[in-house]
Design a protein around this ligand. Structure first.
Ligand code: GDP
Length: 464
């Protein structure tokens, strides 16, 4: 995909649809000259100052007036892309916007590919790779907290942290390499502890960043909550009760097949994805077996599992064994909440408390909504107390690519520490450190491959 950057590109930067205005972005060496040829106005865009807005009419090749517009001119390097840019605000609507864009494309201008403006911004040093990714994250953010983290990332909070860590590692490596130069002369310039100390500190910070990924991922993608239990325990009813309580914006999952039902709500700025699953039971019915298989897949992937039990009955041996299996299927970070449902049918709620269960238990009625708000609170508490990281307190990573780069950095730092302990020669240690420096540099794009760049920018929308 890596496109040439010496040509001029244009695209509609606002959503396609009916709106008061649309914005068409034109960027590149010829941007101002090109637009000025199509801009009928008392102002010549070639002579205006950067960051100024001008009224005029867009005309096509034949000289016909297409629309009345405002052109905002940005001169390099003070634009989003770092190149000369004109943003044309025209009247909204699909037909009109496309016509205006087509007038610009009549000139020597090519339609921009997805993410190409941001790609140019990255190439021109306007932002590093993690900031470019934050642009996409902001556009796609689905919750208040996710948006907040992405904004911090765009402002360079993560980049700053990464550059600091990288600088420390570069320092440690140069100390080692200096040592290597003098080794023949038998001069010891630094003691191993200094290098060891730097590496140990960096390793701790890398681990902390990795730990933040749990919360970061949740803030970005939402918390997946699986509602499970034997048939008729009240899974669907409880799902509706939670959605009613939370006044959910009910959205369907994209895609064609609906093997299970997923609905969303937000609570305290975090998105929750509630998944209603096929009832668990021992059965010989082939279709049901398939459904139950999928339920187990969902359980494995979910952040929180709510096991719904009909409180009007005893806990069945079958239910106990499902609960055991859920615990085994769950990763360590998973929270399991037992919801004793249908308490409206009980006279005395305390009768149903289960002894010897180490899980969080709540009592609900999907019918009267009693206890439902408490269940919502418990879901949120179970996620945010398993990990003490508070959003806003520390740098949080939300991106799988960053997590993987940190994972490699961690391994290389650990290997360097082992080499130091084993008193291996400086060359070995320096080699690991060089690897760690490269790995951590990938996050901000100091080290990239075409594949990485393609992967990142292809996810953008056109016009960004
Ligand atoms: P699922 O098979 O687990 O999804 O269970 P449903 O949500 O379909 O509920 C099974 C039956 O229990 C339905 O008749 C519901 O109306 C009823 N039910 C569910 N929750 C409650 C509750 O809290 N109180 C009462 N009284 N009935 C409930």
């Amino acid at each position: 995909m890596i496109h040439s950057t010496d040509d001029t590109i244009a695209a509609i930067a606002t959503p396609i649809g009916e709106g008061a205005i649309s914005v068409i972005r034109v960027s590149g060496q010829e941007a101002i000259k090109t637009v000025s040829r199509k801009f009928l106005s008392k102002t010549n865009l070639n002579n205006v100052k950067s960051h100024t807005a001008h009224f005029g009419k867009i005309i096509n090749q034949m000289g016909d007036i297409i629309d009345e517009v405002i052109c905002v001119v940005y001169k390099m390097p003070n634009s989003y892309t770092g190149e000369d840019t004109v943003e044309i605000s025209c009247h909204g609507g699909i037909q009109n916007t496309k016509k205006v864009l087509n007038c610009i494309l009549e000139e020597n201008v090519r339609p921009a590919k997805p993410g190409e403006f941001t790609f140019r911004a990255f190439l021109n040093g306007k932002m590093d790779l993690s900031q470019a990714e934050a642009v996409a994250d902001i556009i796609h953010s689905q919750s208040e907290k996710g948006h907040k983290i992405s904004l911090h990332q765009l402002e360079g909070e993560l980049s700053k942290k990464i550059f600091e860590l990288r600088d420390k590692l570069v320092k440690a490596t140069s100390l080692l390499e200096l040592e290597l130069d003098f080794v023949e002369e038998n001069i010891e310039l630094i003691n191993a502890e200094t290098v060891e100390e730097i590496i140990t500190n960096c390793l701790a910070e890398v681990k902390l960043l990795m730990k933040s990924f749990f919360i970061g991922r949740i803030a970005k993608e939402g918390v997946s909550v699986a509602l499970v239990g034997i048939p008729n325990s009240g899974k669907s009813s409880l799902m509706n009760a939670i959605l009613k309580e939370e006044r959910a914006i009910v959205t369907e999952i994209p895609g064609t097949t609906r093997d299970f039902i997923e609905e969303r709500y937000t609570h305290d700025g975090i998105l929750y994805r509630l998944i209603d699953t096929a009832g668990l039971r021992n059965t010989k019915d082939l279709v049901e077996i398939e459904g139950i298989k999928r339920t187990w897949n969902i359980i494995e992937k979910a952040d929180v599992v709510i096991f719904i039990h009909d409180a009007t009955t005893e806990m069945l041996p079958e239910e106990n064994s499902f609960l055991e299996k859920i615990k085994t299927a769950s990763a360590e970070k998973k929270s399991i909440i037992i919801a004793n449902n249908k308490i409206d049918l009980l006279k005395n709620v305390t009768n149903v408390e289960h002894e010897n269960l180490s899980n969080i238990e709540v009592f609900t009625s999907a019918k009267t909504l009693e206890g439902v708000e408490n269940l919502v609170q418990e879901i949120s508490r179970s996620i945010f107390t398993t990990d003490k990281i508070e959003i806003g307190e520390t740098t949080i990573i939300t991106n799988q690519r960053h997590f993987q780069a940190l994972e490699r950095t961690k391994e290389q730092l650990e290997s360097a520490l082992t080499s130091i302990k084993q008193k291996k020669s400086e060359e070995f240690i320096a080699l690991d450190l060089r690897g760690a420096i490269d790995s951590i540099g990938e996050i901000v794009g100091l080290v990239t491959t075409e594949d990485i760049l393609n992967e990142i920018f292809s996810k953008f929308c056109i016009g960004k």
